[in-house]
Write a protein that binds this ligand. Sequence first.
Ligand code: 2HA
Ligand code: ZN
Length: 280
Amino acid sequence: MKKMFKTQDIFNAPFVTMIGKTAANMYRLGYDERNSGNISILLDESEAAKYLDLRNVKREIPIGFNAKELAGRILIVTASGSYFKNIAAAPAENLGIIRISPDGKTAELLWGLNGGGRLTSEFPAHVMSHVSRLSVDPNNRVILHCHPTNILAMTFVHELSEKKFTHTLWQMCTESIMIFPDGIGLLPWMVCGTNEIGEATAEKMKEFRLVVWAMHGIYGSGRSLDEAFGLIETAEKAAQIYLLTAHLPRINAITDEQLKALAESLKLDYRKDFFEETNK
Ligand code: 2HA
Ligand code: ZN
């Protein structure tokens, strides 16, 4: 006889409610128009098991690439086409909880994607980025993609050099170097939703927690949703200051010496090479 056990209500699970709240916030901030943006969070098996019978696979979804490095891992992800503004009101339609099959080729649906929903179109970039971040930080859990207005606008008018882009953002707010001392990776415009952009993003994610997709948006990562979101909103704030001042005469500035003094006083492991004049 099938053993019965009682699970808690998944609609109250912190990972479900937090995604709803964060996504609504991001929508209101203008980072996630229409169906833009996507979120994935790695869940610990014991956490997922509080809410779900993990033996009950509802659907098998082909992944389209090999996700073997995450075999057996459980993720909660946004659905393809989901509107960030609607996630909180209808989580089971707009989110899915999946487990990567042992051969890495299939996503085993454990919950959600109601109504035949598919995984986010950016699933390759998410999975590959998780693998990269885990290789440098075993506690990384979150990959977050969105279209923040000012970061996006800045990629049209600022040189697309990681060094120069990061340096400009560091100069715009005192907080910037404190929050992302490791800098920001940059990719040129590429076709989104492909394995190629996934691989390129993941390569950058070995070095950076933030990766800008020129003329498209940004990827952030972190140990929690707040951390990944906090990185993005700090970069976005700095980009806003840049755009508000780019066309005006600059009378005052935070000098490189001041930025370095701040970084040194906080003992930050910052990208010292990003202060150099040479291009990258
Ligand atoms: O989810 O943002 O990059 C829609 C997108 C694709
Ligand atoms: Zn996008």
